[in-house]
Design a protein around this ligand. Structure first.
Ligand code: GLU
Length: 475
């Protein structure tokens, strides 16, 4: 009988969720959902030296934020030490692994000598020659030791990777890998194989950096007599200059993108396309569409470039799909984080602002950053625009327009327009002159939604006050 699909995301807790980790988690999640399988979360925390307080919580929180939920776990490898130990005992018993008592000093010396002689650096198997008796005596003396895996000398190890195709390794380049460390913790290689087997993992989907570990894993599967899961190694993530994606060139933590105001839908959509495409031109995907269309067969081998412009454009598109209520809620949150936190704007007012700004924002906070005039009168006037649109005659023209506006009763958008046209005619100037001047006066900047929209949203009194203020201030 064919086992139902089980996949896993198996991060080592480093303190944050890397966008590459998000992609691995996402692909596993999509694959599980598509095949009605199970998605397991396993925390690979066996490297005590790299233990980071609170890292697991952060990781789970980031996954949760992204909307990637798991069906099983989290399992913690640090809580499964007895299981790994039992499995190592079995290998020891069957002569497929051996104890090694070499001190780190001795290994260091050995490595140095090998490097000088220019031979492949591999454990020289000194401890493989120990007799049963010597081993027991050394154990009795409580001398710390590790357990190493016995790698066969001349074997070609082959496997088929769903992404990379047929892959081949020569066993002679493989070191007698440590499986169990002297502190009783397993190494990654032992723990990953034992757990993938015990957790019924049918497909191992992970980053390409783990490909070189596969031959050791395959040998372990063989030693234990277990069936090997299918494998898919995902392409590297690259900076635009094709170097490996690194912290130095930009943000790599999911949390950073969240805090910058990216929508989870956009980040997930973007990350899905880092290594996969549907074979069509489609770039905008909801999570549901991704589940329907994702397939490992369409994951490519070549490195995937992390292009922030594309992420921004997806954020813009996903933001447009949000309802007014959703965006209103987000805007309120952003306002609370801004210098306008103490001001009280009615929902009705904010909704009007959003309607005017919907097509102009990549992030909700753009409304506050690029259109602060909706929340306070201009504190300064854009220099270039002043030069271009505020001439000597402008103040007197503006005065006339201000008087015209003041006479309006509950004006609608169109009423401002009519009043402006009338004034332009009176002055025998083009509408444009008044439009640019007014825009500068009420907003302080030269770009934004339509002038009459801004006037209407600000209201007659506020607009008139700002125009008067500009007449007095702009020089
Ligand atoms: N613990 C490894 C990591 O941190 C997981 C590798 C694997 O998926 O086998 O990415």
């Amino acid at each position: 009988m064919h086992d139902s699909v089980h996949v896993r995301f198996a991060p080592s807790p480093t303190g944050y969720l890397h966008v590459g980790g998000l992609r691995t988690a996402l692909y596993n999640y999509l694959f599980a959902r598509k095949h009605n399988g199970k998605f397991v979360l396993r925390i690979e925390d066996t490297d005590r030296a790299r233990y980071v307080e609170g890292a697991t919580e952060k990781l789970i929180e980031a996954l949760h934020w992204a909307g990637i939920d798991y069906d099983e776990g989290p399992y913690f490898q640090s809580q499964r030490l007895e299981i790994y130990k039992q499995h190592v005992e079995k290998l020891l018993h069957e002569g497929k692994a051996y104890r090694c008592f070499c001190t780190s000093e001795r290994l260091e010396q050995m490595r140095n000598e090998m490097e000088t002689k220019k031979v492949d650096v591999k454990y020289d198997r000194t401890c493989l020659k120990l007799s049963e008796k010597e081993i027991q005596e050394t154990i009795d003396k409580k001398i710390p030791h590790v357990v190493r895996m016995k790698i066969p000398e001349n074997r070609t190890i082959k496997f088929h990777d769903i992404v990379r195709g047929d892959v081949e390794f020569q066993s002679k380049i493989i070191d007698d890998q440590v499986l169990l460390k002297s502190d009783g913790f397993p190494t990654y290689h032992l723990a990953v194989v034992v757990d993938d087997y015990l957790m019924n993992i049918t497909h191992v989907i992970r980053g390409e950096e783990w490909l070189s570990s596969v031959p050791k894993h395959l040998l372990l599967y063989e030693y234990f007599g277990w069936q090997v899961p299918q494998m898919a190694h995902l392409p590297l993530l690259l900076n635009p200059d094709k170097s490996k994606l690194s912290k130095r060139q930009g943000d790599v933590a999911v949390e950073d993108y969240r805090d910058k105001g990216y929508l989870k839908e956009a980040l997930v959509n973007f990350v899905a396309l880092l290594g996969w495409n549907p074979g069509t031109e489609q770039e905008y995907f909801s999570l549901q569409e991704l589940i329907e269309q994702f397939s490992l067969e369409r994951v490519h081998k070549s490195g995937a470039v992390f292009n922030v412009d594309k992420l921004n454009s997806l954020n813009f598109q996903h933001l447009r799909k949000k309802t007014d209520e959703e965006v209103l809620h987000m805007l309120k949150e952003e306002l609370l984080k801004s210098k306008f936190a103490d001001k009280n704007f009615s929902e009705e007012y904010l909704l009007q602002v959003l309607t005017a700004m919907r097509e102009r924002m990549t992030f909700v906070k753009d409304v506050i950053e690029n259109a602060s005039y909706f929340f306070e009168s201009p504190t300064q006037y854009e220099e270039n625009s002043v030069k271009k649109n505020w001439k000597e005659e402008t103040p007197s023209q503006m005065k006339l327009l201000t008087e015209e506006f003041s006479k309006l009763v509950h004006p609608k958008k169109e009423d401002y327009e009519t009043a402006l046209h009338k004034t332009a005619q009176q002055l025998q100037i083009g509408n444009g002159k008044l439009i640019h001047g007014t825009r500068l006066a009420i907003s302080g900047v030269s770009a934004g939604p339509g002038l009459y929209d801004i006037l209407f949203i600000l209201g007659r009194d506020e607009s008139v006050n700002r125009m008067r203020m500009a007449i007095e201030t702009i020089r």
